[in-house]
Design a protein around this ligand. Sequence first.
Ligand code: HEM
Length: 530
Amino acid sequence: MLLMGIGSRGLELGTKTGTLSLVVVSALTYYVCWRWSETSRARRVAKLGRSAAGSSSLPSPVAVLPRWIPFVGGHTLQMESEKMMQQVEGWADDLGGDYEITLIGKRVIFVTDPEDIRRILLLRPSKFKRGWRPVGVYPSLFFEEGKEWGRSRRLIAPFLSGHKNVAGMVPSIAKIAERVCAKLGDGQGEPVDFVQEFGRYTHDAIALSGFGFDADSVRATKDRPSVSFEAMGAIVEAALALSVDPLAMLAWSTLSSLLPWVREIKEKSSRLQRVVEGAIDKTRSEMKEAGASHPAGGEEGALLRKLLSVEGGSDNAIKDVSNRMTLSDKEIVTQSKGLFLAGSETTAKTLSWAVYFLAKHPEMHLRCREEALRAAPLRTANIERACIATTRRSQETTTMKSGLKLEAGTAFTLLLRYPCLSEHSFTRAKDFVPERWIDAEREEALLGQPADRKSSDVVHREEVAQAFGGGPRKCPGMDMAHLEAAIILAAISARFDLALAPGQADPPEEVFKFTAGVESLKLVLTKKVA
Ligand code: HEM
């Protein structure tokens, strides 16, 4: 009995010692492998410093796990999802420009040089493709590639830009801006979250000016919600989860009909579909009644009217859908979701930065107000502070400016904002000096008025500022975004004084979701004394 007792204790001890040794040996093996991989990498990076040309390596931040570990190896676990923009720009600062990391077993290059960025933007979609598309998001202009992209781009993009089309959007967008200002006026004294309000404004602007239905999320309440706004909120949340959370991706693809959150999104999405289908039917019958196949601009739903006005043409007989120069109703619904996704949050976050700067710079606010009251174009507000990183995958070997050769299939992320914040591109790059965009005022605003000032002291490389991207896939909504900004900033500046609400972080916190931008910006408004 005693022997048996000692025997089992010994066995127990033996098992514990065995487990402990296993843990120690695994930890040591892991450490040696990690040191080996990081040291050999550091050696390669040091070599790169001496002769970059022809090399295929870039510097890299230290990874918490060795790159060879499947799925979670390299930098995968250290990405700070909401702070990702600051993190990747910080690494560019630390490593002196371009660098690479390993994400989910794949090499990803971060490009910071403005000329490389411009060249890569020009060479897509032929040589570079978008790096990812969230699971569950239907392809629309933003996420399409190849022939499908070309067709959608030719059909949609021309109607979103250009003087005539944009001028036609003014009445619809001004109507929504009026609603926003009425709501702001009613809630005077209470802190207002501008990110929320601008999210509603930009959503309603796309719905009314583009698709001719009044989403009215600005005045929506719990009892009278805006169907399309609610649906897009759910779609955006789901797309975000589905682009970063492997469990959500698995659930979506395998259990989609069983999970309540998936069912809810699909339900909301179908409600949005019905709203857009309703707008299509209404517009079609209005057009039929008016007998106008090419109506003049200036109406609500101008984009939808233009898309429907090419209907019935001979190309409906073309069998290969990607060759048809018309969109089916189903395609219009999908494209509308894509435009809400691409055009609402981006513009709302940019506008939030703009009102933050106006609240902080009363002299600029006054100038905006004067210009608004004179109905002059709002050229003074440097509002484009959208922070976008765009991901691409190369289709063939690419040589960077530094001479680095990168093989086909390499994933790139272009840090569009990074070079804009450099003194090599703009004098006092990190300061809010909107006059830098006005030739006649630039020098004085940036340098003061010393007698011996030389214009060569001012650096102003306008071509580096690519907040809307560039090349064939440049943002087609740029003119519309400028219009939305001019109308709402003029309306708000003319009517209200702005101040940061008590407790509002200064500067506001920047969070990365689809784009990086202000997560919440609470301001207190007072009606301007006449
Ligand atoms: C301040 C506001 C906006 C900013 C900063 C912005 C920025 C951008 C950028 C950088 C791209 C290129 C992305 C890439 O190449 O990966 C892009 C593409 C796009 N944007 Fe915008 N955007 C804004 C507003 C809008 C608006 C108002 C719309 C439409 C209503 C819109 C629709 C699109 C679409 C459809 C694409 C994809 C184009 C293509 O791939 O051919 N955007 N945007």
